[in-house]
Design a protein around this ligand. Structure first.
Ligand SMILES: N[C@@H](CCC(=O)N[C@@H](CS)C(=O)NCC(=O)O)C(=O)O
Length: 218
């Protein structure tokens, strides 16, 4: 989603190739032999890997379009800091824990996974207040690097709320800014056709959970 939103921001046309879950195409293995993961951007016959790096590449190559990274070096560093935080903590640790929470052995383990993610989102709420300076997006008037980094997780956030039986991860009381941000971000022309439907993610989550079950019970 990150590269696609970035290309949309820049109004660049692209061909979107999807991978089949459970197998890896020759093109993917050849293009990203190190991690063997999507996304990969193929530009001028050359592969660029890692979603955040692809977004930065797009910003640099199509520099005449709207800027994605802030122009001020300090603001750029702050945006990269929070994007790295999202990837390290939210995406790699807390999200997988929460997605697996319905299968957690105890109620305490389930709640701990949810609380961790909520704490992370509360921190991000504070960052949103400071970085957006009262505007709609982390990037100000328009969506920027951090909007794209966090926004790519919005579909899963919504799906996880359903998986957890209606637990509110983004709630009006604790994260009012992020609630408002999520509505604006989802409706942005560069985003609205890219965000996956919650139903689709829930179907995918079922497949993932079924795969995890035998491992956790052995
Ligand atoms: N740090 C990488 C993570 C990429 C990643 O985890 N890709 C997943 C799909 S979202 C994938 O290809 N998974 C297949 C696999 O791990 O074999 C990035 O941001 O691009």
């Amino acid at each position: 989603m990150r590269p696609r939103i970035a290309l949309n921001v820049k109004s660049v046309e692209y061909e979107f190739l999807q991978e089949q879950f459970g197998s890896k195409s020759e093109l993917l293995l050849k293009s990203n032999p190190v991690h063997k993961k999507i996304p990969v951007l193929l530009h001028n016959g050359k592969p660029i890997c890692e979603s955040s790096i692809i977004v930065e590449y797009i910003d640099e190559v199509w520099s005449s379009g709207p800027s994605i990274l802030p122009s001020d070096p300090y603001d750029r560093a702050v945006a990269r800091f929070w994007a790295a935080y999202l990837d390290e903590k939210v995406r790699r640790q807390w999200f997988p824990n929460v997605r697996a929470a319905p299968m957690a052995a105890t109620e305490e383990a389930k709640n701990a996974a949810v609380e961790q993610l909520k704490e992370g989102l509360a921190l991000l709420e504070g960052a949103y207040g400071e970085i957006s300076k009262g505007k709609d997006f982390f990037g100000g008037e328009k969506i920027g690097f951090l909007d794209i980094a966090f926004g790519s997780m919005l579909g899963w956030l919504r799906a996880v709320q359903v998986i957890l039986g209606g637990v509110k991860l983004l709630d009006e009381e604790k994260t009012p800014g992020l609630c408002k941000w999520a509505v604006k971000f989802s409706a942005d022309p560069a985003v609205k056709d890219v965000l996956p439907e919650t139903e689709k993610l829930l179907e995918f989550a079922k497949i993932l959970m079924a795969k995890m079950k035998p491992a956790s019970s052995s």
